[in-house]
Design a protein around this ligand. Structure first.
Ligand SMILES: Cc1cc2nc3c(=O)[nH]c(=O)nc-3n(C[C@H](O)[C@H](O)[C@H](O)COP(=O)(O)OP(=O)(O)OC[C@H]3O[C@@H](n4cnc5c(N)ncnc54)[C@H](O)[C@@H]3O)c2cc1C
Ligand code: SF4
Ligand code: SF4
Length: 483
């Protein structure tokens, strides 16, 4: 026990400067879909990990929607134990090979080093853990349960639900309406993550009792009720937002107007549609950012302009991506609202009106107010529409009391995401890791309910890598932080 004569421990020295993450230069990288961020070497990763002061309260873990114990994998990297770091990473995160490239780094926003300098490169260190540690592992199911569970949708939420259920020993069938699994992850451009990353993650599911039924839409046939009657003990709906939103302005039916979601998916699948020479992308979110940058790469030499109805500071897109798009010479036009698309047989221009920002609207952001007489035409031959996604609830209209969020996905109520049917849950999220976190919450509620029926006490997730320690929150953890 400390006494007045015991010297106080010296606080760890804080190094505010991050070990640089080398980026492929804009001129080179826009020639193709090569990865932009270079990986750390072993030595760089160890140096960066040593900057972490191992906070007693792990802010970074509290800010991670899947409570990834990043503090611990960073500690292991600093000790040069890459196998240990990879194990910790994969223990908490079944989509780690994907997330180490595309997660929006909620943890880094809360890293205490950010108060004095650049936060620890927590996401990039996850990539180093997987690059240099042992990753050819397979998840281990615990004692098989007698219940079968249906998951509808194989995006990040559905995949996480399948994993959470699979490691608990449930037999899981995942119904996916598309021919491939991954959901919107399959629209993320290859310069950020490739399909191989997702396949590496899915390969670790191989010993779980998870069956994928592809190209099978649930809703009308089979209905959710039919799945329950067929013997599934519960259904997790992870329907996401597979459809694009439209602008709703005249001229949108013209050839040359292309939904950004379909465009990105086609490029991801290796069949890029032909674009013109003057491309305008409408939107200010991450999809718009991926669309402008993918357009640059698929239509070399074309001019690419992004049109957004608010200003730069109000753009919802990730700052890293805005900065990268600017470096790639995308032209940004802020405070312009689309009015109509001009052209007779094909797009010839986008007519926009200048707007000013007024008082905040229902979303809390300042509302764009049109300036009278300010219409101008931006000449172009292609308009990529990136103004959001929506869900498809055909066949789910009644009985479940689904709540559709402002960003478009349906979910249940409360912490466990229950619908009005006691055995049906509904989840989704604004990003890959948020969708995964919601699935974890729903499966915890579902597992608790099924255990109660069996007369068993609630239990935490078993170690998915076959160890004897069930999952628990790291020392010092207080409560989740949600961005
Ligand atoms: C272009 C783009 C780039 C993005 N970049 C990032 C990024 O870098 N980082 C990040 O964290 N997030 C990113 N996101 C967001 C992220 O992809 C989503 O938040 C996440 O995929 C949501 O997961 P989900 O499982 O809830 O839904 P989805 O990914 O939409 O998956 C839903 C799945 O359910 C299937 N489905 C729907 N209805 C049915 C039905 N009736 N029957 C059977 N199957 C059905 C769909 O086909 C789909 O596979 C990006 C999104 C887009 C569009
Ligand atoms: S999953 Fe995302 S938020 Fe969580 S630790 Fe990794 S980078 Fe951070
Ligand atoms: S908040 Fe930052 S410094 Fe603290 S443990 Fe997490 S990564 Fe390390």
């Amino acid at each position: 026990m400390a006494t007045s004569s015991t010297p106080k421990p010296t606080p760890p020295k804080l190094d505010p400067v991050r070990v640089p993450i080398v980026e492929e230069g804009p001129e080179e990288r826009t020639k193709d879909f090569r990865t932009i961020l270079h990986a750390y070497s072993r030595e760089e990763a160890v140096l960066e990990a040593k900057r972490c002061i191992q906070c007693r309260r792990p802010w970074c873990v509290e800010a991670c929607p899947i409570t990834q114990d990043c503090r611990e994998y960073i500690r292991l990297i600093a000790a040069e134990d890459f196998d240990g770091a990879a194990r910790v990473t994969l223990r908490d995160d079944p989509l780690a090979s994907s997330l180490c490239k595309v997660c929006y780094r909620y943890c880094e926003e809360y890293c205490v080093i950010a108060k004095k300098g650049v936060p620890i490169a927590i996401r990039h260190l996850k990539r180093a853990a997987l690059d240099f540690g042992r990753t050819d592992l397979a998840y281990v199911p615990s004692q098989p349960k007698r219940e079968r569970i249906a998951v509808v949708g194989a995006g990040p939420a559905g995949l996480m639900a399948a994993w959470e259920l699979g490691v608990r020993g449930y037999a899981v069938t995942v119904f996916e309406r598309e021919a491939n699994v991954g959901g919107l992850v399959r629209t993320i451009p290859a310069y950020r993550m490739t399909d191989d990353d997702l396949q590496r993650d899915l390969a670790r599911f191989r010993d779980l009792d998870v069956t994928f039924v592809r190209a099978r839409r649930v809703g009308r046939e089979p209905t959710v009720e039919a799945l329950l009657e067929e013997g599934y003990a519960a259904v997790v709906l992870a329907l996401g937002t597979p459809e694009h939103r439209v602008l709703g302005i005249p001229g949108e039916e013209l050839p040359g107007v292309v939904p950004a979601l379909g465009f990105l998916k086609a490029v991801h699948e290796g069949r890029p549609p032909p674009l013109g020479r003057t491309i305008v992308v409408v939107g200010g979110g991450d999809v718009a950012m991926d669309a402008v940058r993918t357009a640059l790469r698929t239509a070399p030499g074309a001019s690419v302009t992004l049109v957004y109805r608010r200003d730069r500071d109000e753009m919802p897109a990730d700052r890293e991506e805005v900065h990268e798009a600017e470096a790639e010479h995308v032209r940004f036009l802020f405070l312009r609202a689309p009015v109509r698309i001009a052209g007779s047989a094909h797009v010839e221009g986008l007519v926009v009106r200048t707007v000013e920002l007024g008082p905040p609207d229902a979303s809390g952001r300042r509302a764009p107010m049109p300036v009278a007489g300010s219409e101008t035409t931006i000449p172009c031959d292609t308009v990529l529409v990136a103004v959001g996604q929506r869900t498809d609830l055909d066949g789910f209209e009644t009985g479940l009391d689904l709540h559709v969020t402002s960003q478009g996905w349906p979910e249940g109520k409360g912490a466990g995401h229950a619908t009005s049917h006691p055995r049906v849950f509904a989840v989704g999220g604004k990003s890959v890791v948020y969708a995964m976190g919601a699935a974890t919450d729903a499966v915890q509620a579902l597992d608790r309910a099924l255990r109660e029926q069996r007369g068993e006490p609630a239990a935490p997730r078993p170690d998915p890598l076959g160890g004897s320690e069930p999952s628990h929150l790291p020392a010092g953890y207080t409560k989740p932080i949600r961005s």
